[in-house]
Design a protein around this ligand. Sequence first.
Ligand code: PXL
Length: 275
Amino acid sequence: MAYPKILTIQDISCVGQCSLTVALPIISACGVETCILPSAILSTHTAGFSGFTFRDLTDDMPSIRDHWEKENIKFDGVYTGYLGSTKQIDYVINIIKTLNKKEAKAIVDPAMADNGKLYPLFNQEYVEAMKGLCAVADYVLPNITEACFLTDTEYKTEYDRAYIDTLIEKLLALGCKGVVLTGVSYRQGKTGIVVFENGEYNYYEHDFLPNSCHGTGDIYASAFTGALLRGKSAFEAAKIAAIYTVECIRITADEENHWYGAKFEPALKTLIDML
Ligand code: PXL
């Protein structure tokens, strides 16, 4: 695939360095043509700002999709993130089934929860619909909180390999082909990524940085998608995305005024050099 074209479906948080304002530059920097379908428009993201505006774009989706179909537009991959409504999830599944090319990948980041809790605008109905989206995915990229919601498992901050194996088993039972589970920590000071596909478990461990930043899940999933579309294996893409994300967090460390997101721009060269 000399010049792959991807569609990413997630919100535009106008300010806050997450979702589309992160995905578009990162995937483009990977050398992948990036088409977008905004799920909603918010003045800021919902994690730490109050009084944000929210315009749901669910009702625009069918006509946008139909226009693309008339124009014979197809994608080499679809990557989904934060969505605007439960109803929208059915439209997204339809787009994956009808506009993704036969061999194309569907990458689903079920961006809906962290630290044991759902994000403010989501509820159990959304979680149930998200299970259906995961069923059509080649790769799902949950953090442990999201994996627990998707599999009706108790959320734990301390766990062993058996707990992670069970989470992965239950995620695969939803119907997805591969799992990229982020934030898996087996020892102090370290965290990492588990990639499970074709019956094979691989783990990439890296330093745990105590300054947690918002939007790093989106940075991670975008870099993973870009690297995958550039022909890297899922495990290579997972590693590249981890190295890049850790650098973004390091750059942002100790920046009190930059609590809302990670400075991903200065590290783009590191990402490009790895591809
Ligand atoms: O980073 C995930 C994300 C994306 N979009 C919006 C969010 C969040 C996390 O809170 O609020 C609007």
